[in-house]
Design a binder for this molecule. Structure first.
Ligand SMILES: [Zn+2]
Length: 195
């Protein structure tokens, strides 16, 4: 930054030699990133699993869209579908999968993933504790050795009954691999650390 002149003890003014904290280039990049993240949030706020999976065919991200179907009685019914963003291959042939089928498959994946408990928010931990104390209260007499709910049971519960944000948060806690969507099948691919 050369607009600052720094006063020193001897009364003379020196041109500032220190580097600017961020360059204009970096600043622009950050601003771009922030604004794209904001867009992304507002565009996708109703979808739980956008940008959490990878396309198995072209390695792009997976995003969601909503389709409204009109039922015979005239009532609209909305379905959420997930599919490739085609950012890496605009001709990608990976199909779309309905969200309920995504959730079904995620529940199976839960048993295979490592859940990073450090990433589970305090709010969710509190929920787990509340659930367990409620559970103990109900079963205290007739089912003494009934196990407490474990994290994976809870994750499954959130996938079915949680809010959009809770579902999103819980899938973010899947660690050690990536979730790949290919031809309607969701699979968990563990990162290969040994090379
Ligand atoms: Zn793709």
């Amino acid at each position: 930054m050369d607009i600052l002149n720094i006063p020193k003890g001897n009364g003379k003014w020196y041109k500032g030699q220190h580097e600017p904290i961020i360059t204009k280039e970096v600043f622009e990049k950050i601003r771009e990133k922030i604004s794209s993240e904001c867009d992304y949030r507002s565009n996708n706020k109703e979808f739980a699993f956008t940008n959490l999976f990878t396309c198995g065919l072209c390695n792009s991200g997976i995003s969601a869209r909503e389709k409204i179907k009109k039922l015979k009685n005239g009532k609209p019914l909305s379905y959420i579908y997930y599919g490739c963003t085609k950012s890496k291959d605009k001709n990608c042939k990976n199909g779309y999968v309905r969200e309920d089928l995504i959730i079904k498959q995620l529940i199976e994946i839960v048993d295979k993933v490592r859940i990073d408990e450090k990433m589970i928010s305090d709010k969710l931990k509190l929920e787990i504790n509340r659930f367990n104390s409620f559970y103990r209260l109900i079963y205290k007499d007739d089912n003494k050795d009934k196990k407490e709910i474990n994290i994976k049971d809870y994750v499954k519960h959130v996938l079915v009954n949680g809010s959009v944000d809770e579902k999103r948060e819980i899938v973010r806690c899947f660690s050690g691999g990536k979730i790949v969507l290919e031809n309607k099948i969701l699979s968990y691919q563990q990162y290969d650390y040994v090379r």
